[in-house]
Write a new protein. Structure first.
Length: 321
């Protein structure tokens, strides 16, 4: 039971929901840059929400399976063809054995792809996620390559039940779009926010910043402002995905899933959980902005999104009864 990679696309990796609990050992959280998109497409194909799938950064991923499978995808502006026929995002798609699947970037963003049974590469520290910097997890710790044969797990009874609910190429129900791309993301104050002078704070919140081409899964480098950093050095302390650091050159860095566990730069802000997933759709030269909110508002937004996902989960369960 395998997925044959005919064309790997650009930096396509195997990802799940990461390695929570390992950061105390210096191991990055990792996992999908938009875990909510991955959870959603896993639900569509009858997997556990944290099952491993593919994260496609750009280009075209072409693959086929040696047995019948269900597939779902979601994310940025991508199109999918199953055996040459268009297939919509956020639907459950039927893929017969041997039929070619093509997922192609149209403009921007990343895409997450779930396959019934999930990707069944070995667990490393409790996760199948690829850590490109530490060179472990996923497919030998690297991005996929043309010709790779990726093992798949056994389909769950839920997946077989879902497959029996529709006879056409895709389901007559879909998942909600939980994370629409945005150019303004909300932040809460970081530990060192008050150490910035008023002008630096106004620039950070009032100006558009550009996404630098050097950005990767570790962090988004931003240009367009030169914020004067606080006038002292800091002891290295814990950082996490979402932390906005301010290095000495004054160009902020937004840390993402593969970020380090500690850092010595000023931590001026932190992107709220609801919006952090949306930054996965940013591309080089995009202009983005930050907006300050309270922690209480951030919690309300996270609760609302989890509620929406719970409604979808409950609706799918009712459909399966």
């Amino acid at each position: 039971m395998t997925a044959s990679i005919l064309s790997a696309g650009i930096q396509t990796t195997i990802q799940d929901c990461g390695r929570p609990g390992s950061r105390k050992f210096g191991v990055a959280l990792g996992g999908a840059l938009d875990p909510f998109a991955l959870r959603t497409v896993n639900l569509l194909v009858g997997n556990e929400e944290g099952a491993a799938g593919f994260e496609l950064a750009s280009g075209t991923l072409r693959l086929c399976f040696d047995d019948d499978r269900l597939l779902a995808y979601a994310g940025g502006q991508f199109e999918c063809l199953v055996d040459g026929s268009p297939a919509p995002a956020r639907y459950c798609l039927r893929v017969p054995a041997g039929s070619p699947v093509e997922v192609k970037a149209q403009r921007s963003g990343r895409c997450w792809i779930a396959i019934s049974g999930g990707v069944d590469v070995p667990l490393v520290l409790g996760s199948r996620a690829t850590d490109l910097r530490a060179l472990f997890g996923g497919q030998l710790g690297r991005a996929l390559r043309d010709g790779d044969e990726i093992p798949l797990g056994h389909e769950s009874p839920c997946a077989r039940h879902i497959a029996a609910l529709f006879s056409g190429p895709y389901s007559n129900w879909s998942a909600p779009s939980l994370n629409a791309p945005v150019r303004t993301v909300r932040v809460v104050p970081g530990r060192h926010w008050e150490e910035l002078d008023g002008e630096a704070q106004d620039q950070f919140l009032g100006k558009s910043l550009r996404v630098d081409s050097r950005s990767d899964r570790m962090g988004v480098r931003l240009e367009g402002v030169e914020l004067p950093p606080p006038g002292r050095e800091f002891v290295s302390e814990a950082v996490a995905p979402g932390t906005v650091q301010l290095p000495p050159d004054g160009a902020p860095i937004l840390l993402l899933a593969d970020c380090q566990t500690i850092g010595g730069y000023a931590r001026i802000a932190h992107v709220i959980s609801v919006d952090l997933a949306r930054t996965a759709q940013w591309r080089p030269l995009d202009e983005v902005r930050f907006e300050m909110v309270t922690i209480e508002h951030a919690r309300e937004l996270l609760w609302e999104r989890e509620r929406d996902l719970a409604f979808f989960r409950a609706g799918l369960k009712l459909r399966l009864q």
